[in-house]
Each structure stands twice: as C-alpha cells, then as structure tokens.
Design a protein around this ligand. Structure first.
Ligand code: PXP
Length: 245
C-alpha cells in the first residue's frame, strides 16, 4: 500500500494567525507519527506564511519516520533545504500570490536551475522529488535530469467531478505507468481527502501520498490520531481492492 506522508503546514497556518506558539506543528507531527503516518512533510515558503525555519529544525530533531521538505528552486530555499537534514526534498513551483501550490514544476523551463540544484542534494544523500503535472513532457524531462521521484499533482483530479474526474484519474494512471517505465519512482498529492484518495491509492507504482489540508481540517473535529488512522484505513482499503496491499 502507498505510504502516508502527512503535511503539517496548515497547523502552522493556524498558529501564524496569532503569531504565538500554538498549535505546534511539531507536536501535531509527533501525534501523526504515533497514529501511523509513514512520514512528515512541510513546505518552507519564501514568504514564511506558515512553516518557519525553526519548525524545520525542530521537525528534523523530532521526526523519527521520514522528513520531506518542500521548497522552491529559489537560491535561498535550495541552500536551506541542503542544510536541513531532510531525508527527501520535493521541489515545487512557488508564486507569492497563490493560496496554495497551483501547478506542477515546469521541469523543462527550469532545467538549468535543476541541473545545478540536483547534484547539491544528491551529494548530501537527500532523495529528490519533482512535483509535476501528469504530462508526458514533464515526466520525460524529469527522467532526463535523473530525478529519483516525481510527485504527480493530483489537484486537477481532486477538483474535478463526474466524467472529468474519471479522465483526470486516467491521466494519473497513464502518467504513473509512464514515469515507472522511464525509471522514475512515483509519489502523488494535493487536494486528496478521505473521499477521493481511494482511486489514487490504487494506482500502480504510487509509493507515497502527501496529504495535508484535509487531515489538519479533520483533526479539528476528531483529533490527530483518529484523522490519521481514518486516512490510513482509506488508503489500505483502496490498495487492497486495487491489488496494491
Ligand atoms: N504535495 C505538494 C507538492 C504540495 O505542495 C502540497 C500542498 O502543500 C501537498 C502535496 C498537499 O496538498 P493538500 O494540503 O491539498 O493535501
């Protein structure tokens, strides 16, 4: 079954609304790990709107599963990510005006900056993932750069309904197959929740699902432990049905 990596950004969003110490994303992450999360993800944005530099350092000290740091290709962010001690870095596009990461990385357009950044991560033993839209050209460019993982952007699937959702799911399936055939490992995420995660968890080759907003939102009603366990059950159930147990 795919692993569940829990994104704690929006615990920090609530804290930053008051700029005080609570709620603490590090404590939330500890509870998520205790509930069975396989990894913890955070996104250090250039504008520091939610996760702060000190959170990354504290997460590194306390996370016992796997720490995945998302960041942009900005020089400052790449330097911080290299020094962070994260196990995995996911490179994402970043636009100051956006509410959340809107599209995948333009791997072709960013190939020069990627050619400089990727060896810096590799020499530190950090696993690299590129957050991409499920498109052949992005996958081919990621493979040409010898990225280890691609994270398929599931936002279009999550936002679609009816026949369009089926088409988006098919795009994800085709991309997962294609990425695997190109020698890339496959993760997926964005906009996933308990109601829509099943078909993505059943896709071939998907190793890690990154889920944040829905888990943080659900935890306000049922607590962190129940929210994470519910999601793990959804993933396990779907993976079993899809032959990916
Ligand atoms: N994956 C990536 C690369 C992201 O940028 C985000 C959002 O920070 C997520 C997954 C998680 O998205 P969501 O919060 O909608 O679950």
């Amino acid at each position: 079954m795919p692993k569940l990596h829990v994104n704690v950004d929006h615990v920090a969003t609530v804290r930053q609304a008051r700029r005080i110490a609570e709620p603490d994303p590090v404590e939330w992450a500890r509870l998520a790990e205790r509930a069975g999360a396989h990894g913890i993800t955070c996104h250090l944005r250039k504008d520091r709107r939610h996760i702060q530099d000190a959170d990354v350092a504290r997460l590194r000290e306390t996370v016992t599963t796997l720490l995945n740091l998302e960041c942009s290709l900005d020089d400052e962010m790449v330097a911080i990510a290299c020094a962070s001690g994260a196990d995995e870095v996911c490179l994402v596009p970043e636009n100051r005006a956006e509410v959340t990461t809107e599209g995948g990385l333009d791997v072709l357009g960013e190939s020069e900056r990627l050619k400089h950044a990727l060896p810096r991560f590799r020499e530190r033993g950090i696993h690299i993932s590129l957050f991409v839209d499920p498109e052949d050209a992005q996958l081919a460019a990621s493979a040409a750069l010898e990225a280890e993982f691609v994270e398929l952007h599931t936002g279009a699937y999550a936002n679609a309904t009816g026949a369009e959702r089926e088409r988006e799911l098919e795009r994800l399936r085709t991309s997962a197959e294609r990425a695997h055939a190109l020698g890339l490992r496959v993760n997926a995420g964005h906009g996933l929740n308990a109601a829509n995660v099943g078909p993505v968890a059943a896709l071939p080759h998907v190793e890690e699902l990154n889920i944040g907003h829905a888990l943080v939102a659900r935890s306000t009603f049922v607590g962190v432990d129940a929210a994470v366990r519910e999601m793990l059950d959804c993933i396990a159930g779907a993976a079993r049905v899809g032959g990916r147990a």
